[in-house]
Design a protein around this ligand. Structure first.
Ligand code: NAD
Length: 535
């Protein structure tokens, strides 16, 4: 299988080389394309890798029938129509970690530049002057640094602040105490408490409904007098109007902004002339090393997504990346169980599934999201076109069909690492259970009330019959005559002479004519065939 990858926007050559080195890839490197040309060319590609200049708009995505992955060498994905990509099953992969150090270093460069008035001093030197007495600066040592958001960048800033002899305190309600302890950072109980004692305030949070304008007039007014405020995260987290006011009224000693509500900043924006405001044009990630890091990170992730279907680094995949590989066998079981339940119910005349309820044993509870996505994908495979169905969009596609999806934990499933998918609609329902024990192959362990033990590989035949002698032999003969090779045959019954169920794992595919032949056998009540989608 050959994949075509379009690389654009001057992605660093070290990343591109990783793609070019793959024998299965044909890589075309082009400069940033005008929209009409991108629309024309995108139909040929399985993946596109770029930076922020190329807009991956809804029409580009809708046009791109082969596209599976969009790689963004950088963090922001504002240039990508994320919802449309998700609904089309296109994975979006970015590189959030490679520029962390670049931002942290710029923070200290800029704050020291501000406190020592370096830009102004350098300008006077260029102008031929020697204004030594004018520039009396301030030191970082002994000052309190208040960090809002102790994530990747906040953490790197904290580590470096210790070297400058600063006191470090942070506010981040979403992370555990352990990270504060490891970084030797004091935890502020609230944003107000942090602000009350901060001399240098810096925000390193994403832009969300909660963080937009989180440092406004009130917060700036509560900072100790002559503090410094820094925003290198996203424009608008520190309210720009409030900041201008605080600078002009001399409340603040100064401020640094690398990011703006509207970028590029308007030529005549009043902030350009504000006192003691050091402005940089979104330079946080602009180092050679950061560009190389993000290019490498994203190209590796795009490669793995295409070659190994590894979507763990996709930002629109159904769940986080932790434990993704370890969850794969259980996800396969969830998917297969749902496919089996759907096929059996369909053969009983129930095609409209209203509800999918997944129950997982406690060891799998951490993977509820991906497991539910896998079950939803199993339910839909064979129902809708599968080339657009994947773990990214399965849940939303199922919900768009009015299917209620639920997931819960249960300690009553028997074995470790087991799960159960129950489908219901109208008066009918069917639960199929399975397990994915560590170091062993995944099994289906129950279909309805029947205990089975079968590895759901290529094709599964599910027969219900009367528990009378000779059925297994006759079924074996029908399959043998039609060249169907049995991998596993598991016969289960509820009571001697009562109802029985056979779960038969076979190689290859099974024709509808074979199913009919099985149904004609005496004592066979129903026969369902499930062809599992290749993974
Ligand atoms: P991250 O996800 O590693 O860390 C963000 C932290 O913010 C998390 O720990 C989270 O718990 C915390 N947080 C979220 N909401 C919060 C809230 N309401 N109050 C307090 N804490 C909250 O992100 P990161 O990689 O450190 O990036 C931080 C910011 O820097 C992002 O906005 C990112 O876009 C920006 N960034 C800017 C540049 C640049 O060029 N200037 C470059 C890279 C990243």
């Amino acid at each position: 299988m050959t994949y075509r990858v379009l690389v654009t926007d001057d992605v660093d050559p070290e990343g591109v080389a990783l793609l070019v080195a793959e024998p299965q890839f044909i890589v075309d490197e082009v400069p940033t394309l005008p929209k009409d040309e991108l629309l024309r060319r995108i139909v040929d590609y399985d993946a596109i890798v770029g930076r922020s200049a190329t807009r991956i708009s809804a029409d580009v995505l809708q046009r791109a029938t082969k596209l599976r992955v969009v790689g963004r060498a950088g963090v922001g994905v504002d240039n990508i129509a994320l919802d449309v990509a998700t609904s089309l099953g296109v994975a979006i992969i970015n590189a959030p970690a490679g520029n962390t150090v670049a931002v942290a270093e710029l923070f200290f460069g800029a704050v020291i530049g501000l406190l020592r008035q370096l830009p102004q001093a350098a300008q006077t030197m260029t102008a031929g002057r020697w204004d030594r007495a004018l520039y009396l600066g301030r030191e970082l040592k002994g000052k309190t640094l208040g960090i809002v958001g102790l994530g990747r960048i906040g953490g790197e800033v904290a580590t470096r602040a210790h070297a400058f002899g600063m006191q470090v305190v942070a506010y981040d309600p979403y992370i555990a105490d352990a990270r504060f302890t490891a970084l030797r950072v004091r935890r502020a109980p609230s944003l107000d408490a942090l602000i009350a004692e901060t001399n240098v305030l810096t925000v390193h949070v994403p832009l969300t409904d909660e963080t937009r304008g989180m440092i406004g007039k009130r917060e700036l007014a509560r900072l100790p007098s002559r503090s410094v405020a820094v925003n290198m995260a996203r424009g608008g987290i520190i309210d720009e109007t409030a900041l201008l006011f605080a600078l002009e009224s001399d409340q603040l000693r100064g401020a640094v902004l690398d990011v703006f509500t509207v970028e590029p900043l308007a030529e005549d924006h009043p902030m350009r002339l504000a006192p003691n405001l050091l402005l940089t044009p979104h330079l946080g990630a602009s180092t050679v090393e950061a560009q190389r890091n993000v290019a490498r990170d994203v190209c590796i992730a795009v490669r793995d997504a295409l070659l190994h279907n590894d979507l763990s680094r996709s930002i629109n995949v159904a769940a986080g990346s932790e434990g993704w590989a370890e969850l794969q066998p259980a996800m396969l079981v969830a998917r297969r169980a749902a496919a089996v339940a759907r096929a059996v119910l369909a053969d009983q005349g129930m095609r409209t599934v209203r509800r999918l309820a997944l129950r997982v044993s406690p060891e799998l509870a951490h993977g509820s999201g991906p497991l539910l996505a896998a079950a939803a994908a199993g339910l839909l495979e064979g129902v809708i076109e599968t080339d657009r169905l994947n773990l990214i969009n399965a849940r939303s596609l199922a919900e768009a069909r009015g299917i209620e999806l639920t997931v819960g934990e249960s300690s009553e499933l028997g074995t470790r690492r087991s799960l159960e998918v129950e489908l219901s609609g109208g008066m009918q329902q069917l639960a199929v259970a399975g397990s994915a024990p560590e170091g062993s192959v995944a099994r289906l362990t129950r279909i309805g009330s029947f205990h089975v033990d079968v590895n759901p590989k290529q094709t599964l035949l599910i027969l219900t019959n009367k528990d009378v002698p000779g059925v297994i032999g006759r079924v074996g003969t029908v399959l043998g005559e039609r060249g169907v090779n049995i991998a596993e045959y598991h016969q289960a019954r509820l009571a001697q002479g009562g109802d029985a169920l056979a779960a038969i794992s076979v190689d290859g595919t099974v024709e509808e004519a074979t199913r009919r032949a099985l149904l004609e056998l005496p004592d066979v009540v129903s026969a369902s065939i499930v062809h599992f989608r290749a993974d």
